[in-house]
Design a protein around this ligand. Structure first.
Ligand SMILES: Cc1cc2nc3c(=O)[nH]c(=O)nc-3n(C[C@H](O)[C@H](O)[C@H](O)COP(=O)(O)OP(=O)(O)OC[C@H]3O[C@@H](n4cnc5c(N)ncnc54)[C@H](O)[C@@H]3O)c2cc1C
Length: 411
């Protein structure tokens, strides 16, 4: 007899959603994290439940535009060359996944999972009484140059083919929706049905609180090691060891640190992202605005106007890159006009595989260990559905959607 039916390692949106789904279904569940729930990448994101966002960062234009993207100071992408040279496997595989045929497969796989995202998160919102933290007011994505808009057409067509719900907006229509924009938009897309969170950490905390109310167990401790056995898994957290029928690794960008889990063998890297919060400007807009040329979102949150995004390829332990923050501040002022000093500066770690798909499935180390991480730009959106799939797998059931594309065995 094991101590727990399920041990969940990592309490970001993916882990807390998994723990709540499992506890709701009656599995005796332990959730552990050295930090407070929702304080990793799930804290600082752009707050969007982005059910439309099936296009990966991988794209043929990354290959053609790479020299410009890497040389320009105005680029939303930054690469640390030393890190790139010392991690050739991930870099080459990422570039390989920028070929058109691969992108089509990635987008279709993400669109399939995203089409179930609401069904994964809505029951958790209802269970935790978190409706007040969710705003249903669509999202708009804007282009401020003709070149940018023309360059996005193939992606827009792919979205259409994959059934994403959106309408095209003229420049005036964008400004009718969000009159505070100061840089004249060229065109936009309005994604109907998209929602956003007023405060992602408060949201994760609400789900976590519900998990505890249902009798879930919490340990504020890191898991150092997992040891699969025939009838379960031994889990070492600091000085304590517990046994579980199954374990799920949901430690986001840190998942490789869980020894013995099989996660150490998979090619996970991080795309570092940044945010700035401007307290007095929260009422400027009524929905998230994604600026394509800028590479960041602007979202109205309880804490103020949050400008979040950009991609920096560098190691987790490298210091915060202040040039990235300066970039967002400067381009934010271009888009919105002058903004007062930010009240918050943040850097966080998106967990990303070279094919921009998460792993959700049994580990190569043992089928008693489930791996569920690598949600790159979409973890907030996909946490709920991932939690439901994890719980199905932990119960030995087949999920009611295809998950083959997310198998860890693809590596
Ligand atoms: C700037 C930015 C903007 C974004 N915008 C959006 C958006 O609008 N919409 C969207 O859907 N997604 C967005 N994302 C992506 C999203 O935030 C992530 O995909 C998501 O938060 C990942 O969740 P997670 O639970 O896997 O990881 P995390 O939230 O990072 O949680 C992992 C947890 O594991 C814990 N941990 C680490 N090691 C151990 C261990 N050994 N034992 C136990 N616990 C451990 C950590 O302490 C952490 O709490 C954005 C990301 C960034 C950076």
């Amino acid at each position: 007899m094991n101590d727990f039916d399920l041990v969940v390692i990592g309490a970001g949106i993916v882990g807390v959603s998994s723990a709540l789904w499992a506890q709701e279904r009656g599995l005796k569940t332990l959730l552990c994290d050295p930090n407070l729930p929702g304080s990793g990448a799930s804290y600082g994101n752009a707050c969007t439940l982005a059910i439309y966002a099936c296009l990966p960062v991988n794209s043929p234009s990354v290959i053609t535009g790479l020299p410009y993207l890497m040389a320009s100071k105005d680029s939303p992408l930054s690469i640390n060359y030393w890190h790139a040279l010392t991690h050739p496997r991930w870099m080459l595989s990422f570039l390989n996944n920028c070929r058109a045929s691969k992108v089509e497969h990635i987008a279709a796989s993400l669109a399939g999972l995203l089409s179930h995202a609401d069904a994964g998160i809505n029951p958790l919102i209802a269970s935790a009484g978190a409706e007040d933290l969710v705003v249903a007011n669509d999202m708009i994505s804007i282009w401020t140059t003709q070149k940018g808009w023309e360059g996005s057409k193939e992606g827009t067509e792919m979205r259409r083919r994959l059934g994403v719900d959106f309408t095209e907006l003229s420049s005036d229509e964008v400004l009718d929706l969000e009159p505070a924009i100061r840089l004249r938009p060229y065109r936009g897309l309005r994604f109907t049905g998209a929602r956003h969170l007023r405060d992602p950490q408060a949201f994760v905390t609400r789900l976590y609180q519900r998990f505890l109310d249902l009798g879930g167990t919490w340990r504020q401790n890191a898991v150092d090691q997992t040891e699969p056995r025939k009838d379960g898994v031994m889990v070492h957290l600091g000085r304590e060891t517990v046994s579980a029928s199954r374990v799920v690794v949901t430690a986001g960008a840190h998942s490789k640190t869980v020894k013995g889990s099989g996660a150490e063998r998979l090619p996970l890297e991080t795309e570092r992202g940044y945010h700035l919060v401007y307290k007095n400007h929260g009422a400027k807009i009524s929905r998230p605005v994604g600026w394509n040329e800028g590479g960041f979102y602007t979202t109205p949150t309880d804490g103020g106007l949050r400008l979040a995004g950009t991609v920096e390829i560098n190691r987790i332990g490298a210091p915060m890159n202040r040039r990235r923050l300066a970039y967002i501040a400067r381009r934010g002022a271009e888009l919105w006009g002058p903004l007062d000093g930010p009240v918050e500066e943040w850097m966080g770690f998106r967990p990303t595989f070279p094919d921009s798909l998460p792993v959700i499935g049994p580990s190569p180390a043992s089928d008693r260990i489930i791996l569920a991480y690598g949600h790159q730009h979409l973890g907030l959106t996909l946490g709920g559905i991932t939690g439901r799939i994890v719980t199905d797998l932990a119960e030995g059931r087949s999920p009611n959607l295809p998950i083959g594309a997310f198998s860890p065995a693809r590596f």
